[in-house]
Design a protein around this ligand. Structure first.
Ligand code: NAI
Ligand code: 15L
Length: 265
């Protein structure tokens, strides 16, 4: 419980949930984001405003930390030019900082790294990347970056392919992809506490019976999700888009955005 934990993207939706959950559990938190932190800080937490592109600032923030929860950066489908800095260069800065500090990284990857797999295809964590956007491609790059730093430098990573982490599922697809905030915090605790993680992938989804995903590293980490989207079936099962591309692939709307392919088997 004495580990110092660095959270990037602390001012974002998930960063704020991690901050309150881990702060409440007694962790010493170092928080950072490019925008100010909107909430009261938990006891002992320190917030530093910094850009992920500032390699020296990120390295200073990571000094003395055992774990980096990397949740900062572009978090939705955006043009390549906007993704490039935070999610590609910024990620390199995170991994260099982790190497220098001897820290483990929990990387907020995304289902959009594998979004162009069909919804009918159950996926194991070692499936091929099939990014559905430049954003998803940046998450695949992040997972590969973790592999490079593991093989070359022994930096440990847990790449969490988060599905849809919101207060509640909002559409039928999220009956498969939803991750509750409480399960996210429980997973973060295991990423901090597990004695060894190596370089592994975990599907970031609650215990949803309609899940697209199986066979990941959760047992080795000791993570067992407690929540399920199943209780929302009556409310959202009928909420579908009517777009055939969106409904066919796991990445949903990200697959359909800008889609121009005219033939597909
Ligand atoms: P968010 O957009 O609310 O938070 C991201 C934070 O990163 C923001 O506070 C933003 O200010 C910060 N940021 C952006 N550029 C930065 C820069 N150059 N330097 C420093 N900080 C910067 O997103 P959310 O929902 O909290 O997601 C957090 C992470 O989880 C993201 O990496 C996202 O890709 C990932 N994720 C989230 C999912 C979800 O359902 N919420 C699903 C899959 C992945
Ligand atoms: C993500 O990667 C995004 O960060 C989030 O805003 C949602 O779009 C989520 O995926 C999803 O697929 O529902």
């Amino acid at each position: 419980m004495t580990h110092t934990v660095l959270i990037t993207g602390a001012s974002g939706a998930l960063g704020r949930k991690l901050t309150s959950g881990l702060g409440g559990a007694g962790y010493t938190l170092r928080l950072t984001d490019i925008v100010s932190f909107p909430d009261a800080l938990p006891p002992g937490a320190v917030f530093t405003q910094a850009d992920l592109l500032d390699a020296a600032a990120i390295a200073r923030l990571a000094e003395g930390c055992r774990t980096i929860l990397h949740f900062g950066g572009v978090s939705v489908d955006r043009p390549f030019e906007e993704v490039l800095g935070p999610n590609i260069v910024g990620l390199r800065n995170i991994y260099e900082a982790a190497r220098l500090a001897g820290a483990r990284v929990m990387f907020a990857s995304s289902n959009h790294a594998i979004g162009f797999h069909e919804r009918t295809e159950p996926l194991d964590a070692d499936c091929a990347h099939q990014p559905d956007s430049f954003y998803g491609l940046s998450k695949a790059y992040g997972e590969l970056m973790g592999g490079l730093y593991w093989n070359k430098h022994g930096v440990e990573s847990v790449h969490v392919r988060i599905g849809s982490c919101f207060p509640e599922p909002a559409e039928a697809r999220m009956l498969s992809t939803w991750l509750s905030y409480a399960d996210l915090v429980r997973l973060a605790v295991r990423c901090i506490e597990a004695p060894w993680t190596g370089n592994c992938v975990v599907w970031g989804a609650s215990a949803n019976s309609r899940s697209f995903w199986r066979n990941d590293a959760r047992a080795a980490l000791g993570w067992v999700p407690q929540d399920t989207a199943d209780t929302f079936v009556d409310r959202v099962a009928g909420v579908v888009s009517g777009n055939p591309v969106q409904e066919r692939f796991q990445g949903g709307a990200y697959c359909a955005a800008g889609y121009s392919r005219t033939e597909r088997d």
